[in-house]
Each structure stands twice: as structure tokens, then as C-alpha cells.
Design a protein around this ligand. Sequence first.
Ligand code: NAD
Length: 473
Amino acid sequence: MKTELLIGNEWRAAARRYCLVNPATEEPLAEVAEAGEAEIDAAVQAARACLESKQWRELPARKRGLLLFRLADLLEQRANEIAEVETRNNGKPLFESKIDVAMAIETFRYYAGWADKLTGDTLPVSGNFFTYTLREPVGVVAAIVPWNFPLNLATWKVAPALAAGCTVVLKPAHETPLTALMLGELAIEAGFPAGALNVVPGPGSTAGAALVRHPGVDKIAFTGSTEVGRWIMREAAGTLKRVTLELGGKSPNIVFADADLAAAVRGAQNGIFYGKGEVCAAGSRLLVEKAVHDQLIEELAERAKKLTPGDPFEKNTRLGAIVSRRQQETVLSYIEAGKKEGARLVAGGNPAKVNGKGYYVEATVFDAARPGMKIVDEEIFGPVLAVLTFENEAQGIELANRSMYGLAAGIWTKDIQKAVARAIKAGTVWVNTYNFYDPAAPFGGYKASGFGRDLGREALDNYTETKTVWVGL
Ligand code: NAD
């Protein structure tokens, strides 16, 4: 597969290359070109040249949509291969990578359909005027994405940006650039003009920072940690770039005593252990009403103990390898903190290996956790669940909202009258379900989880400017 930089539909060598490691086997996986400042500049210039070229600017919106449909078809043709590459690079079970690729395809089709439906308004202004608005592309978009859903999260930005008529420089996470490069390859094959989509792997502190500072970038669409999001927002002020930030989370999954407990236990398990817990919306704080606490903990601990880490390519594996040794160390340090701070470890808690290799961590559950503990207050981004107890609805809501984050939440209850969904400060609330996503459903955060929404009609607003036109009659 291609491992150079994709700039202006050409594969370009870079001054430096770096080695990727398969986190499940600890073996070298591929060597990839690393973009430096000069290459980032070239990619931005290619994106700008395309933006201003007739080939892109004058391309009828419906044809733009057609290119996106074609890209979706090409992704579909190579879906299995792409999923395998994602699993080798990220360590997630193959069945999860297949779900990721399926969603990437749907996301392109969803936004392909929007390309020729971005309409303005006619406005009832005072006076003798015909006044209307146009939706115009915001310009060159820098899409900066993390390593947990490398292809999927890239498409959440690339698809609406291209549909709106923007051009894109995509910087995948340093650890997981492979499926983004495959996406670039398919964009050429689909017939996108040179510069519409550029893909430039590289570290955040160099390649990412160069993109954020570049005066030729109009908008930054970022998904990643809250810490880096803050830095980007400050740095983007210098050139007044438009910014949307999808940041971290510490989402509460709230189980009321009247819930279908079997479903709630499955939901709690899926909420934290899907994606090895490397999921921004992971239900990492399980809040349980006291009356059902003991039963729930017992069932959950039993399930967690059975959820042993496995080879991501094995069909029954439900817990893959942590993305890198560094992330494994971070997760293990949180587990140590949980023990020290007095939470009760009821499942897991150890690193693991599969066939003697890999950066695995056991499915870990801490009971008797309290606000003020690191495992409750901070995002771990690993398979570690903190369980807290509450006495009544008001206390449950108060605990749920006691976090700087506000990305998502789950509620388990049979009582639809419980007006909890409105009381939770989060961008997504799942009721009697968890971790569902769809291209039509906006996703994003409240509070320190960021602002702006990926997906849905809303995401298109991130990639358009409104122009008001007054015609004197
Ligand atoms: P990260 O913030 O370290 O990196 C994210 C991306 O930003 C990577 O491409 C990285 O190279 C780049 N980057 C890092 N420093 C940069 C800088 N100074 N300038 C420009 N770019 C820079 O995050 P991560 O560790 O890759 O991912 C985990 C984080 O992402 C978690 O906090 C998680 O919650 C968050 N996340 C959020 C969502 C969401 O939709 N809200 C989705 C997935 C992940």
C-alpha cells in the first residue's frame, strides 16, 4: 500500500520516514513518510489551488456528490482489506474495524446526498429589495484526527467538507495513518481533482502544529484531547481560523433501580469495553442506584472477568490490544491510582499478553469510586470502569453532571417519565442503549468536550459561510 504523503494527487517522498508497530504483536508494521513544515505547506497550497481552480469551484454540486458516492463505492469494494489494515494498525478486533468501515461508507453516502441540497433562504427584509443568502464553502479545511477510530473519524470531517465544496488537508494521528492513506488513494481513483483531499501523516507537535498555524488554512476540524484542543483554539486565534473541537469525555452511564438490569449490565459492559475503552464517549463512570448496586456489580464483574483480551483477528475476540505501549502505560498508571486512592478492584487490573505479545490490558472494574479520585475525574481512554453509587434521582443527576466533560451519557430506566435526558449536560444521551452512532445523528460535546457537531445536517454548517446578497429593485 501507499506510504508516501498524498499532496495534489501525487505520492511524495518526505525527508523523514517512521516505523509503525502492530500493537497486538509488537512487530514492525510499515514505514510511513512523515510530513514536516515544508510538506504541510505544499499540502495547504495544493488544497488552496484546487479550491480556486475551475475544476473544483465550477463543478456542479451534484457532480461533487457523485464523486462522494463513487468514493463510498470504492471503499465498499475494499472494505475487508481496509478493516484488516485498521486492525493491524490500531489493535481493535476485526469485527469492530468492519463496523468502522461500514460507517465510513455510510457517512460518504449521507453527505453525497447533501451536496446539492445546501440551499440558502430568501429573506423578508424591509424595503424594495430581493435579499437572499448563499451557502459557500469555508475554504481550506485542516482535519486533524486521533488514533482510536482512524478512518471513521476522518470521514466525519472529510465527507461534509468535500460535500460543501471545501478542500481538505487530512492529518491522521501519528500512530494510525494507514487507512487515511488508503482513503486518499481511493479519492484519486474516484476522480477527485488534484488537491481536493491531501493526506499528511506526522506528529501533532510538528505536522499538526504547522497546519494549525498555516495562514492558508481557513478552518480547523479537530478531534482529540481537551488539552490539545485548548492549545489549538489559542493558536488559531492568531489567524482567526474557524475551529470546531471534538474533545475528551468521562461519560456517565446511569442505572436506575427500575431498569431492565440484564440490559443495563450489557450496556455497561459495551459502554466501557467496546473499542478497548479508547472511545471518546465511553461510559467510563457507571452510576448505580443503591438498591440494585450489589446485584449489578456481581453480574458486571463476572462478565468482565470472562472478557479476556484476545487476538484481534480471532472471530470471538471482544477486547483487542491497546493502541501503543505508551497508552498501555497510561492506562496501567490509572489502575494503580485507583488502587491507591481506595477504590475496590472487582475485575481485571493487569496488563496482559496474547501469544506472549501485545499491549493488552484486562477488562477492569473498580467499585466504591468517588469524585475526587483520578479514575473518576480524568479520562483514562482504556478498558477501566469506575462504579459510583447514588441514592435517588436528584443525586444521580448531580453526580452525572459533576465533570468538566459533557460528551455523552446513558440512562437505564423503564420510567419514561424520568425527565433525566434534559437534565444531563451532554451532547448525546442514550436511553436504554449505548454507543450508537449514525451519519444522520449529530455528535459532539458540551463543556470541556468541545463545541461544534460532527455528523448530521449540523456538521455542514462547520464547512460553509453564509453570504447575504441584497438586490435593489
Ligand atoms: P491528541 O489530542 O493527542 O491527538 C489528536 C490529534 O491531534 C492527532 O492527530 C495528533 O497528532 C494531533 N495533535 C497533537 N498535538 C497537536 C498540536 N499541538 N497541534 C496540532 N495537532 C496536534 O489525542 P489522541 O491521544 O490521539 O486521542 C485521544 C483523545 O481524543 C481523547 O481525549 C478522546 O476523548 C478524544 N476523542 C474525542 C472524540 C470526540 O468526538 N469528541 C472522538 C475520539 C477521540
